[in-house]
Every structure is written in C-alpha cells, then in structure tokens.
Design a protein around this ligand. Structure first.
Ligand code: ATP
Ligand code: MG
Length: 157
C-alpha cells in the first residue's frame, strides 16, 4: 500500500545510527517531487536495514554511509553507499547465493544470508538489486522499482 518513503527512511536512519561504529555517520537524502510510494513497507524496511547493516559492518570507524532515495514518475530508487572494504571482483558473481561470504571478510562475523533475503524481498515487489564495488574503496547497492501500472500492484499487505 502507499506509505511515506522519507518518513520510513528517516526512522531507519535514526535506528541504524544507534549501531554504527565510532564516528560513522549515516547521511540520508531524498530526491523527488513526492515521497509517497506503493510498495510493501515491511519488506522494503527489511531490505534497507540489511543493506545499511552491511555498510556499517564492512566499513571502518570515521567513515560515512550515504543512504539515498529517489522517486520519479518512472521509478523508485534506493541506494546505500559505503567507503568500506569492498568486494573482490572474483567474489561478486556469488554474492546473492545463500551462505556465501567474500574472501576479504576476515573475522567480521556473518552468515551470508542477508543479501539473499534482500534480493528475494525486492523480487516479491518486482524490484531489482544491483551493486558496484571496488576492493578497499567501497560498495554501492541499489534497489530499483519500475513503476508500471499494467503490472500487478506492489502491495502485499
Ligand atoms: P548476514 O547474514 O548476517 O547478513 P553477511 O553480512 O555475511 O551475513 P550478506 O549480507 O548476505 O551476509 O552479504 C554477503 C557477503 O557479501 C558478505 O559476507 C560480504 O562478504 C559481502 N558484502 C555485503 N555487503 C558488503 C559491503 N557493503 N561491503 C563489503 N562487502 C559486503
Ligand atoms: Mg549482511
């Protein structure tokens, strides 16, 4: 159903800021004429939390995380960008497989399920998940939804 993406995103930012590292800041910005979207709010919240949790976990102290939302007449775009450890090129094709963890995670804990869930939840809403990453530089994840009135609706509530 319809909800305010900016309101949700601000709430998530505030919650996730509580579990950041020392001097790690989440910067949220929205672009677009409206902030109202038609998606499943709970599925989307889960996706965003997973991406921000990864950004926190896989980047260091004294860094910032850029969280952006955009609503145009054609699509909704959500991005989470960090300045962290990045993902080795050879690992990138396996990233959404359950239990897969990249080879540079060292002793950072995790089960390798978060991104698989993100992709499945985004898929339920007819969305796509993409990423760009450079090792030792950072990673940017994007979830995008084409607004297509012909298709079945985006709401599972
Ligand atoms: P969890 O199930 O607790 O989320 P996880 O974080 O290891 O565990 P995913 O979120 O599925 O699992 O991520 C899979 C792997 O992708 C991670 O183990 C890590 O190697 C890599 N990864 C994901 N996000 C990032 C990121 N922002 N920066 C660097 N590597 C990342
Ligand atoms: Mg994770």
């Amino acid at each position: 159903s319809n909800f305010d993406l900016v309101k949700l995103s601000e709430e998530i930012t505030e919650e996730m800021q509580l579990i950041t590292k020392q001097n790690q800041n989440i910067i949220y910005e929205h672009t677009g004429l409206t902030s109202m979207v038609r998606l499943d709010q709970n599925l989307l919240k889960n996706c965003i939390i997973n991406l921000i949790a990864n950004a926190i976990k896989y980047s260091g102290e004294n860094t910032f995380i850029e969280f952006n939302t955009e609503v145009t007449s054609e699509k909704y775009i959500i991005t989470v960008k960090d300045n962290g450890i990045g993902i080795p090129a050879a690992d990138q094709k396996h990233l959404f497989q359950p239990f897969f963890r990249a080879h540079n995670t060292g002793n950072i804990p995790g089960t390798g399920l978060g991104l698989n869930i993100v992709r499945r939840y985004a898929g339920l809403m007819h969305g796509e998940v993409d990423f760009e990453s450079t090792i030792n530089k950072g990673t940017k994840f994007t979830i995008s939804f084409l607004i297509d009135d012909e298709k079945t609706n985006y709401s599972y509530n």
